[in-house]
Design a protein around this ligand. Structure first.
Ligand code: SAM
Length: 346
């Protein structure tokens, strides 16, 4: 029997279906074992001890920076502190997640046409930039669903030896990936950590309660849909470096954290994950991929995204950082726009 779910726009959604909401895609499509490799490409490296930086090169550094950061640094004649740059980033990125994208695409087109009629070059250039950004966002987030990528993340995260895991999400922002993990491995709890209060109070608080996470019903083994309020969770606003926990988590997770630190700080970031992990637990990390379309995305969306130091890397580069810092790589691969690694201390 096909189950039906009620969603914001009023139409019921059948299991195994996908639909576009004004701000995002909902996607309950599952994949067969045969289709698995369409959503995640795994395990290109056979022996990490044989890989060297000479073979694979260093990550690509994104050098175009957000206007807001430039203006702050010009005014204060000093570098923007990291925590303030994250506050700017989170506020700016969140504004895009809540846009009514079809309405804004129409509006941006109208403004561009109006500016052309006025023969105003500066207004036309700015209106064209807005139109390009909203169309790119529509493609990246709604059409491709590359940012949340639920099928890719399910493919990357599945098959781990976990029962009712305690999950620690470092730099949790809106918390998406810990909720996806909790749907696949239900019954545990999540501790979200982010030192920007806006993440707890707005990014996570406003994450749509109706968004469906496809996971597993542990009593039957069949698919089950979960929502934000189904997960036992606590959101802590704190610096990762000041957390009071011991080695008590089955999963320590970060998404888009490692690439924001230059090489001199990467071992400290790896240590943040190791420090809170139970023996036998899993470190799960993802970082954006070094691919042409991501390089273009970070150029075009510079004002929205580039408030902090940022690298784009391959999964081989990401894995070598983790391997060199004492981790055993259990699974590595890439999904639509991120690399993903599952590891534990060697
Ligand atoms: C790039 S974001 C994670 C990507 C996320 N998926 C998103 O959609 O924005 C990294 C997060 O880590 C947080 N963060 C960075 N350094 C931190 C620290 N030392 N302690 C706590 N949170 C930190 C930032 O505030 C930010 O929200």
């Amino acid at each position: 029997m096909t189950s039906l779910l009620q969603y914001e726009s009023g139409f019921a959604l059948a299991s195994n279906e996908t639909r576009l909401e004004p701000s995002y895609r909902i996607d309950l499509r599952s994949f067969s074992e045969k289709e698995y490799n369409k959503f995640v490409k795994l395990n290109s490296v056979k022996d990490w001890s044989l890989l060297s930086w000479k073979d694979i090169g260093k990550p690509y550094e994104v050098t175009s920076i957000a206007r807001e950061k430039k203006e702050w640094e010009d005014t204060h004649e000093t570098n923007l502190p990291a925590n303030v740059s994250w506050q700017m980033f989170n506020k700016s990125f969140h504004e895009w997640f809540v846009k009514d994208v079809p309405a804004e695409m129409n509006e941006s087109k109208r403004k561009f046409m109006q500016s052309l009629k006025k023969f105003d070059f500066h207004e036309s250039k700015s209106a064209l930039g807005e139109m390009v950004r909203i169309h790119l966002w529509n493609y990246a987030h709604r059409v491709e669903d590359g940012i949340w990528d639920p099928r890719g993340k399910r493919a990357l995260f599945e098959g781990l030896d976990l029962i009712k895991p305690r999950i620690l999400f470092l730099g949790a922002a809106e918390g998406y990936e810990a909720m996806q993990l909790s749907a696949i491995y239900p019954g545990g709890d999540i501790v979200f950590v982010d030192y920007d209060p806006f993440c707890k109070d707005t990014r996570f608080a406003d994450f749509p309660e109706s968004y469906p996470f496809l996971g597993i019903n542990p009593s039957t083994g069949s698919n089950k849909v979960y929502h934000k309020d189904d997960f036992a969770s606590e959101y802590i606003v704190e610096d990762i470096r000041k957390l009071p926990f011991s080695q008590e988590f089955d999963i320590v997770l970060s998404v888009g954290l490692l690439e924001h630190f230059p090489d001199s700080l990467k071992s400290e970031v790896v240590e943040w994950h190791r420090k809170f992990l139970k023996p036998g637990g899993y470190i799960i990390m993802t970082t954006p991929r070094a691919q042409l379309k991501s390089k273009l995305y970070y150029e075009i969306m510079a004002d929205v995204m580039n408030h902090t130091y940022r690298e784009l890397m391959t999964v081989e580069q990401m894995g070598l950082y983790l391997y060199e810092n004492g981790l055993e790589i259990l699974r590595h691969g890439f999904i639509k726009v991120h690399n993903g690694i599952i590891a534990r201390p060697r």
